[in-house]
Design a protein around this ligand. Structure first.
Ligand code: SIN
Ligand code: CO
Length: 378
C-alpha cells in the first residue's frame, strides 16, 4: 500500500477506491508545514502580473461583484476589512515551495493534475455556495474557514450574477478548517466556504476536459496528421436539370473518401501526450539568464543533477515521451531514465546518462529544465 502523508494514515489505494470521485473527505492536519506562508502582499504582487490569472470577488449588501486581474497596486489599498476574496491561479508556477506542494499530490497521475490556486480572504470573505466540475483538495493555510457542503442535485445558479452562485444551497455538513486541515470534494459537490479569520485556501484542482473540448482538440491534432491520397473525379457524371443542387453521387463519393480518416489507440495516446503536456496559453519558458556553454552545463548536471522547471511537464506512454506539448526526441537506451525524470521531476547526478546530455542541453536552452544547483530558483 502506498502511503502519502497528505492523506494522513490512509493508503492512496484506499482513498482512490473509497473517496475519489465518490464522497468528501476531511483530513485534519494533512499538511501543516507549508514553508513560508504566501502572504497577502505576495499574492497582490502576483495579481498585478498580466501573465497571472487572478480574480477579486466581493459581496456587497448581498450583491456579487467580480473583477479580473491584472490589478493595479492601488486597488488593494481600497479594500474593506471584510467580505472579499482574492484568488490567484497557478501560484505553483511562480513560487518554488508552492510547486513542491502541488507535486506531493502524486498519488494522482500528473495527466490529471492542474494547478494550485491560492485564495486570501479576510473575515466574511467567500466566493459563495457553488460546485466545481472537477475534483478539488482545499487546504487551509493560516486562519480558520467554515466550509459547508452538500450532495444536493439542485444545480440552479443565481441568474445574472457575475460568478456561479447556487440559488438554493442546502447545507448537509459543516466543518471548521484550521491551519493544515484539508477537505477533498468530488466533482459537482456543492460547497460554501466563509473565512472566519484572515487566511488562505490552497486549492489543488484537476484537469477534467469536457468531451466537446477533447473532440475539438483531437480534430485540431488530426488536421496535421491526416493523409489521404487521390483527388475528386466523376467520370460517371449525369446531366441534372437543377445545376445548383449538390449531386447525390458527389455526396456518396466524398463520404467514402472521408471514411478513410481513422485512428487507433496509439494515435489517441500520441494526441494525449501532446495535448496534456501542452502549457496553458499564458505560460512562457524563460531561457537561462547566465547561459552555461555545453561543457559547463554537462559538468554541472553531472555534479548536481537536473531538475524540471516549475512550468514544465513531461508525460509518457510505453515508448514515447512528450514535453511541453511536443514529442521528446531521445535515444532508445535512455527512455527509462527520461521516464524517471518525468516521474521524479528531477534526476540525481548518478542517474544522468551520457547519452542524454545532448537532449538535456537543448531543453536547458529552451528553459524546460536546469541543473539542480538552481533547484530553488527553478
Ligand atoms: C476559496 O478559495 O475560497 C474557493 C475555492 C473553491 O471553492 O474552489
Ligand atoms: Co469551489
Amino acid at each position: 500500500m502506498v502511503v502519502n502523508e497528505l492523506l494522513g494514515d490512509m493508503p492512496a489505494e484506499v482513498f482512490l477506491r473509497e473517496y475519489w470521485h465518490k464522497k468528501p473527505l476531511l483530513i485534519r492536519g494533512a499538511l501543516r508545514d507549508v514553508g513560508v506562508p504566501v502572504d497577502f502582499d505576495c499574492l497582490c504582487r502576483l495579481a498585478q502580473d498580466e501573465d497571472v490569472e487572478s480574480r477579486l470577488i466581493e459581496n456587497r449588501q448581498g450583491n456579487w461583484h467580480l473583477e479580473n486581474g491584472p490589478f493595479r497596486a492601488s486597488r488593494f489599498k481600497r479594500l474593506p476589512d471584510s467580505d472579499w476574496t482574492l484568488l490567484v491561479q497557478s501560484v505553483n508556477h511562480h513560487l518554488p515551495h508552492i510547486d513542491e506542494i502541488l507535486w506531493r499530490f502524486n498519488f494522482i497521475p500528473y495527466a490529471r493534475l492542474d494547478d494550485l490556486m491560492i485564495s486570501y480572504a479576510p473575515p466574511g470573505g467567500t466566493v459563495g455556495p457553488h460546485f466545481d466540475s472537477y475534483d478539488v483538495f482545499l487546504l487551509q493555510v493560516g486562519g480558520r474557514k467554515r466550509w459547508q457542503i452538500s450532495a444536493q442535485k439542485d444545480d440552479a445558479f443565481i441568474e445574472g450574477a457575475p460568478i456561479r452562485v447556487l440559488k438554493d444551497f442546502k447545507v448537509e455538513e459543516e466543518y471548521i478548517l484550521e491551519h493544515g486541515d484539508m477537505l477533498y470534494l468530488p466533482p459537482r459537490y456543492a460547497h460554501y466556504g466563509v473565512a472566519l479569520e484572515p487566511g488562505m485556501t490552497y486549492s489543488v484542482g484537476f484537469r477534467a476536459p469536457s468531451a466537446q473540448e477533447l473532440a475539438t482538440e483531437f480534430l485540431v491534432y488530426m488536421q496535421d496528421r491526416v493523409c489521404i491520397d487521390g483527388r475528386y473525379a466523376d467520370p460517371g457524371l449525369q446531366w441534372q436539370a437543377d445545376p445548383a443542387r449538390i449531386p447525390q453521387g458527389m455526396v456518396d463519393d466524398i463520404a467514402q473518401t472521408l471514411a478513410q480518416i481513422s485512428w487507433d489507440k496509439a494515435l489517441v495516446a500520441d494526441f494525449l501526450g501532446h495535448y496534456l503536456s501542452d502549457p496553458k496559453a499564458n505560460v512562457f519558458y524563460d531561457a537561462p539568464e547566465d547561459e552555461l556553454d555545453e561543457e559547463a552545463f554537462f559538468n554541472e548536471v553531472q555534479r548536481e543533477g537536473v531538475v524540471l522547471s516549475r512550468k514544465s511537464q513531461i508525460l509518457y506512454t510505453d515508448t514515447l515521451l512528450y514535453c511541453n506539448g511536443a514529442l521528446l526526441d531521445v535515444d532508445a537506451d535512455t527512455v527509462a531514465t527520461w521516464q524517471r525524470f518525468a516521474n521524479q521531476r528531477m534526476l540525481e547526478p548518478r542517474e544522468v546518462l551520457d547519452d542524454m546530455l545532448e537532449a538535456l542541453y537543448q531543453g536547458y536552452l529552451d528553459g524546460y529544465w536546469l541543473p539542480a544547483t538552481g533547484r530553488l530558483q527553478k
